[in-house]
Write a protein that binds this ligand. Structure first.
Ligand code: PLP
Length: 388
């Protein structure tokens, strides 16, 4: 439908405009509607929402004005770093995984010689790296993954050459939630003197709590890891937008710093892509991380993994589909249709209201905090019918 801007000049009352807003959004899907099964985002924790609303007017980009918030940003980054086994980190709360991945490659590029332009990354890597490469004139060398979705270490090391700038690993691939061998990638990076960035956009708030929750896997910050992406707005129960980048130390964190001299909060070194940044997101991330703590996140991860096991068993009873990985590393389940193209199955399910994320090879279900066993049961009935 073509939009014609209103010609009237009179203001519309706040009540009317908000009513109109509700009317306009009525058909949009919400997490509590139970039909969003493919998203890696979820509804923010109520504590995050309350904290967000307390800092709506704050610009953390002018941090001299909001020293209290700036301290909360530093504390949040140190806290996440400690959960990953490195309290020396320095970081930023950014808009999400894309911005954090761009910042990581920007750091790598500044630190290296100009002829180093190649980034070795798993073929499963998120498209944010394509954006980063396009912005910075880098070239991506995609390394195939094995059947479990983890990057092939032998092929990756064989691809290291004189133009290699950085190595990327993924802790929670976008399609199946696979986790690369972080220790081995760090060792390769050390052997060849390369920048190593771990995209734990999804797994950043899962891996540190897996073993406590009774599941294999875990998080560590090996020597050789330069930076890490982790998104509160995925499994951290933070608001949208909230992402985090952690650099291994404050020296590396300063690499991208730009001198800003005119702000009313005073001169500062800004090491983010954007200038004005949401202070509300910082307040919310700090509040939810401190509220939940390791115990709260462990409970979230345990519930998500229990639901994952339930789903895997239930899918095994449906003859028309296959789970890509019988034992996923995290709460992401890749599913393939056996007797029809997977995208066709996804379209049939969308007609029944189910929102899934899909590729040619598979679709994914992410067992986020808003996903319940009851809604999965309804979904499984529809899936059985659509494949039958
Ligand atoms: N990295 C991975 C592994 C992702 O799965 C995603 C998004 O799903 C991103 C990065 C990008 O995150 P965002 O959408 O928050 O920019």
């Amino acid at each position: 439908m073509v939009y014609t801007p209103p010609t009237r000049k009179a203001t519309i009352s706040g009540r009317d405009v908000l009513q109109e807003l509700d009317r306009r959004l009525v058909g949009d899907l919400s997490f509590d509607g139970g039909k969003i099964l493919g998203s890696m985002c979820s509804s923010p924790h109520p504590v995050a929402s309350l904290a967000f609303s307390r800092a709506l007017e704050c610009n953390i980009g002018d941090e001299g004005l909001v020293p209290g918030l700036a301290e909360l940003e530093r504390e949040s980054c140190t806290l996440l770093g400690s959960w990953w086994g490195n309290s020396e980190v320095a970081g930023r709360i950014v808009t999400g995984g894309t911005e954090a991945n761009i910042l990581a490659l920007w750091t790598a590029k500044i630190r290296a010689d100009s002829e180093k332009v190649e980034v070795l990354l798993p073929s499963t890597a998120h498209y944010s790296f394509d954006k980063a490469a396009s912005l910075m004139g880098l070239s991506l060398v995609r390394i195939p993954a094995d059947a479990s979705g983890r990057v092939r270490l032998d092929l990756l090391e064989a691809a290291v050459g004189t133009h290699t700038l950085a190595v990327i690993g993924i802790a929670g691939t976008t399609d199946w939630g696979a986790v690369d061998d972080v220790e081995a990638l760090a060792a390769i990076a050390l052997r060849h003197g390369l920048y190593f960035h771990l995209d734990a956009s999804f797994g950043g708030f899962v891996l540190p709590f897996l073993s406590q929750a009774g599941y294999p896997g875990g998080a560590s910050w090996p020597e050789g890891l330069s930076s890490l992406t982790a998104d509160p707005h995925k499994m951290g129960r933070g608001p949208i937008p909230s992402g985090m980048i952690l650099w291994k130390d404050s020296i590396l964190a300063r690499t991208t710093a730009t001198d800003v001299h005119y702000l009313s909060g005073g001169r500062l070194k800004q090491n983010t892509v954007v200038g004005t940044r949401s202070g509300a997101a910082v307040a919310a991330v700090w509040a939810v991380m401190n509220h939940l703590g390791t115990e709260g996140y462990t409970d979230i991860v345990r519930e998500a993994m229990e639901l994952t096991s339930f789903l895997i068993l239930a899918l095994a009873e449906i003859p028309g589909v296959d789970c890509v990985l019988p034992r996923p590393a995290m709460n992401v389940v890749g599913v393939r249709a056996k007797h029809m193209p997977t995208p066709l199955l996804v379209t049939k399910l969308r007609e029944k209201g189910w929102a899934l994320s899909s590729w040619e090879h598979s679709f994914r279900i992410v067992l986020m905090p808003h996903v319940s066993r009851a809604s999965l049961q309804l979904f499984l009935t529809d899936l059985q019918e659509a494949t039958g």
